[in-house]
Design a protein around this ligand. Sequence first.
Ligand SMILES: C=CC1=C(C)c2cc3[nH]c(cc4nc(cc5[nH]c(cc1n2)c(C)c5CCC(=O)O)C(CCC(=O)O)=C4C)c(C)c3C=C
Ligand SMILES: [Fe+2]
Ligand SMILES: [Fe+2]
Length: 350
Amino acid sequence: MQKESLSSKKGILLVNLGSPRSTAVNDVKEYLDEFLMDERVIDYRWIFRALLVQGIILKTRPAKSAEAYKTVWTDEGSPLVVITEKIRKKLQKIVDVPVEIGMRYAQPSIEAGIQKLMDQGVSEIVLFPLYPQYAMSTTETVIEKAEEVRKKKFPTVKINYIQPFYNRDIYINCLAESIKEKLPENFDALQFSYHGVPERHIYKTDPSNTCKIDDANCINSNVDTHNAYCYRHQCYKTTEAVIAKMGLPKEKTIVSFQSRLGKDKWIEPYTDETLETIPKKGIKNLAIVCPAFVSDCLETLEEISVEGKEQFQHGGGENFHYIPCLNDEDRWIEVVKILCEEKLNDFYLV
Ligand SMILES: C=CC1=C(C)c2cc3[nH]c(cc4nc(cc5[nH]c(cc1n2)c(C)c5CCC(=O)O)C(CCC(=O)O)=C4C)c(C)c3C=C
Ligand SMILES: [Fe+2]
Ligand SMILES: [Fe+2]
């Protein structure tokens, strides 16, 4: 067994969320259909999900989202896909195994990424879901999809999954340094805006059944099984660790959750409401960062940098400073390399 593992060829698959093929309304519609019909994103029974997504959301949202995508689209394509490819290229230069990318939704798919690795003789894959925090709608759906594809199309391939890394010192140090470098000289507060999820998802994925979405039974919980699966806990812990590293007082920071969809209750406080209200509390100069995303995308470049700025200024804010994601910064590529190498070495332990 040991000998077989040592002689097998290994490779890395970086997985991100994915974007529409183009900004054409039909392409955005096809993308949203695949994304929102995922039972780990809209977790209603199929018939109710189909009624909501295909009967309501897809009637109007594609046109609106297409307009938003047009404002961030580059000559090379969607920022999220372009940046993921840049990460791949830089990583490929410093590791000696093949590296490919795959998107959970749309193209290039996870299947296409695995196929490319197989074409290079790879039979053991380290799959890296590019999400620092665990969520049913991100990490879990990536693993489910990859396992489905593996069983159906590549039954001989072994896949080792990299776990959420929100609490790893190497990541926290990297994020803290990156933020510190980009902070303006004067700011009244640093806001950490994470992608939101419905509250129901938090309860649903808590194996310990102890989360009460509060300080004592969520943020400060010491129940390991809760902490390993609670997105909200992990977001607050990311913030705590980063500000401790930066030496920034808690009073100078804000945590909020963005991008909610539909009528369900999502985890609070909401970013858009926070941006409108904080100027009245004296925060006129704001720096904002989005650590649920490792690469800039529609949700950071449009929703925060453009819409968020408008909301803040509408509320009376003066200076709004968006801090970009880690993207393809060298220090982040080093972290990706270390996390991948840990898992590549795991294959030898089988
Ligand atoms: C980073 C973590 C993410 C979580 C958690 C997440 C949950 C989640 N998202 C939706 C609905 C939408 N999200 C959309 C875009 C989008 N979401 C993430 C990441 C997370 N989503 C990213 C990186 C992006 C950007 C993609 C890009 O192409 O740049 C969209 C599409 C855009 C739009 O129409 O607004 C939707 C819709 C739900 C419902 C959900 C949790 C249940
Ligand atoms: Fe999302
Ligand atoms: Fe929790």
